[in-house]
Design a protein around this ligand. Structure first.
Ligand code: 6PG
Length: 481
C-alpha cells in the first residue's frame, strides 16, 4: 500500500483530477476498466507526480493505504453502481468510496445507505469546473459522514480552486447533500446561461448588433458587478469566427440547446418541494423549446403572427437600452440565485441536512462554472443572517434590485412589444412582483376551489377553515372543524 488516494475512471475528468491530485503531493492510484486509458495517462503525464497504475480493481485497492479512499469518475447511473459494487467487494470497513460524477441525489442517498450498512463510507461529491477545473482546481461539494470528511477533507482541500486564499470545498452535509447542492448549482448555471442568452438576443435581433459588438459589450460588463466566468466566456464565444465560412461561429451553430438532465432534476425536485424556481424552470423549458425542431419548422412555415423582432430606437437611446439590459440581467440573476438557495434550504429541511448557505456561496466563488464576483455578496448576506428568509431581503440585493427595477421593466415591456422572447427575464420579474404583492389573486383561486370541489378556504378576519354553500344564494358560509 503506497497511494493515499485513488481515481477510478480515467476519461477526461478522471485523468485531470488524478493529475491535479498528483501535482499536489498525493500519491495517486489510478484504474480504468480498459487499461489503454491508464497507459495513456502514464505515458503522457506519468512524470508529473506519483502515480500507481493498476490493471485490476483488486490491485488498485491493494495499492491504497488505510483508510482506503477512492474517487469514482465514471458515467452516472448503472456504470457508477457497477464500479461501487466492485470497489465495495474489495474494500474493508472504514474505507471511503467517493462518487465525483453528476449523480442524481436520491441515488446518492440510496448508495450511501447501502454502503454504510457494509461498514464503508460513501461520499457523493459534486465536482464543478469542467475538465479545466478538474486539472487546475475545481469547486467541490462533498456529502457523506463527518468521519469520512476527516480523511477526505485535506485531500480535497489540496486540489480545490482557491477563492481569496480559501479552498473551494466544504463538507456540505450527510449522504446526498453534496450532490443535491451540485444539482442546484447546475440549475443556477442554466438560469445564468439563459439570462445571458436573452441579453444577447435583445442586442442581436432587437438592436441588430453584430456578434462581435455584443462580445465587446459582455467583455465590458465583465469588468463590473456582473463579473463572472460565464460572462467572460460569452464574450469569447461571440468573438469567435468560423474558420470555414468566416462568419461569427455562433451563426453557424445549430440553435438547439442540449442538456444532460441536471437542470431538469433541479426543477423536478423543486416541484416536489413546492419551491418556485421560475428562473431555472424557464431556462430548462427554453432549452426544450429550442430543440422542438418539428414545431419550430411548422411555425416558420405557417408564419405565426407577431411584430417584426426588432426594437427601433434612436441612436441616442441605444446605449441607454443596452445599460437597461445589463440591469435586467443583474436583477434577474439575483432572483435566480435567491430561488436556487430557497431550494437548497427546502431540501435541507426535507432531508435533514444542516447546510451552511454562506459556505455554499463561498465555495462557488472559484473553480465552478457559476463562479462570480457577486458570490462574495451572497456569502456575506447569508453570513450576516440578512438572507435568512430570502436573499432578496439582504440589504445589498434589496438595494440592487430597487435601483435596477425600472430598467428591468422597460426591457421586459419592450421585449414583449417587439416579440422577442425573454422567459427568464420576465418570469423573474413576475416572481419579484408576486412576492411583493400584499394581496395576490390566489384568494380567487381558493374561491374557485371551494365552489367546484368544496376544498375550503381560510378567512382574513377569523381563524378556522370555511366552506361556502355556493348554490344556495344568501345562505351563510359554514365553518368546518
Ligand atoms: C460543471 C457543469 C457540468 C455539466 C455541464 C453540462 O459544474 O462543471 O455543471 O457538471 O455537466 O455544464 O451540463 P448540460 O449538458 O446539462 O448543459
Amino acid at each position: 500500500a503506497q497511494a493515499n488516494i485513488g481515481v477510478v475512471g480515467l476519461a477526461a475528468m478522471g485523468s485531470n483530477l488524478a493529475r491535479n491530485l498528483a501535482h499536489h503531493g498525493n500519491t495517486v492510484a489510478v484504474y480504468n476498466r480498459h487499461y489503454d486509458r491508464t497507459e495513456t495517462l502514464m505515458n503522457e503525464h506519468g512524470d508529473e507526480g506519483k502515480f500507481v497504475p493498476a490493471h485490476t480493481v483488486e490491485e488498485f485497492v491493494a495499492s491504497l493505504s488505510k483508510p482506503r479512499t477512492a474517487i469514482i469518475m465514471v458515467k452516472a447511473g448503472a456504470p457508477t453502481d457497477a464500479v461501487i459494487e466492485e470497489l465495495a467487494n474489495a474494500m474493508e470497513p472504514g474505507d471511503i468510496i467517493v462518487d465525483g460524477g453528476n449523480a442524481y441525489f436520491p441515488d446518492t442517498i440510496r448508495r450511501e445507505k447501502e454502503i454504510r450498512a457494509r461498514g464503508l463510507h460513501f461520499v457523493g461529491c459534486g465536482v464543478s469546473g469542467g475538465e479545466e477545473g478538474a486539472l487546475n482546481g475545481p469547486s467541490m461539494m462533498p456529502g457523506g459522514t463527518e468521519e469520512s470528511w476527516k480523511t477526505l477533507g485535506p485531500i480535497l482541500e489540496s486540489i480545490a480552486a482557491l477563492a481569496e486564499g480559501e479552498p473551494c470545498v466544504t463538507h456540505i452535509g450527510t449522504d446526498g447533500a453534496g450532490h443535491f447542492v451540485k444539482m442546484v448549482h447546475n440549475g443556477i448555471e442554466y438560469a445564468d446561461m439563459q439570462l445571458i442568452a436573452e441579453s444577447y438576443d435583445l442586442m442581436r435581433r432587437g438592436l441588430g448588433m453584430s456578434a462581435g459588438e455584443i462580445g465587446n459589450v459582455f467583455a465590458k460588463w465583465n469588468e463590473g458587478e456582473l463579473n463572472s466566468y460565464l460572462i467572460e466566456i460569452t464574450s469569447e464565444v461571440l468573438r469567435q469566427q468560423d474558420a470555414k465560412t468566416g462568419k461569427p461561429l455562433v451563426d453557424v451553430i445549430v440553435d438547439h440547446a442540449g442538456m444532460k438532465g441536471t437542470g431538469t432534476w433541479t426543477v423536478q425536485t423543486a416541484l416536489s418541494l413546492a419551491v418556485p424556481v421560475t428562473g431555472i424552470s424557464e431556462a430548462v423549458f427554453a432549452r426544450g423549446l429550442s430543440s422542438q425542431a418539428e414545431q419550430r419548422e411548422e411555425a416558420a412555415k405557417q408564419e405565426l403572427a407577431g411584430p417584426e423582432q426588432r426594437i427601433e430606437l434612436a441612436q441616442s437611446e441605444r446605449e441607454a437600452f443596452i445599460e437597461d439590459i445589463r440591469q435586467a440581467l443583474y436583477a434577474s440573476k439575483i432572483v435566480a440565485y435567491a430561488q436556487g438557495f430557497d431550494e437548497i434550504n427546502a431540501g435541507a429541511k426535507e432531508y435533514g441536512w444542516n447546510i451552511d448557505q454562506a459556505a455554499v456561496a463561498r465555495i462557488w466563488r472559484g473553480g465552478c462554472i457559476i463562479r462570480a464576483k457577486f458570490l462574495n455578496r451572497v456569502s456575506d448576506a447569508f453570513e450576516s443572517g440578512e438572507a435568512n428568509i430570502s436573499l432578496l431581503f439582504a440589504r445589498y440585493f434589496k438595494d440592487a434590485i430597487a435601483s435596477a427595477q425600472s430598467a428591468w421593466r422597460r426591457v421586459v415591456a419592450r421585449a414583449a412589444e417587439n416579440g422577442i422572447p425573454v422567459p427568464a427575464f420576465s418570469s423573474s420579474l413576475s416572481y419579484y412582483d408576486g412576492l411583493r404583492s400584499d394581496r395576490l389573486p390566489a384568494a380567487l383561486i381558493q374561491g374557485q376551489r371551494d365552489l367546484f370541489g368544496a376544498h375550503t378556504y381560510q378567512r382574513v378576519d377569523e381563524p378556522g377553515v370555511f366552506h361556502t354553500l355556493w348554490a344556495a344564494e344568501g345562505r351563510p358560509e359554514i365553518k368546518q372543524d
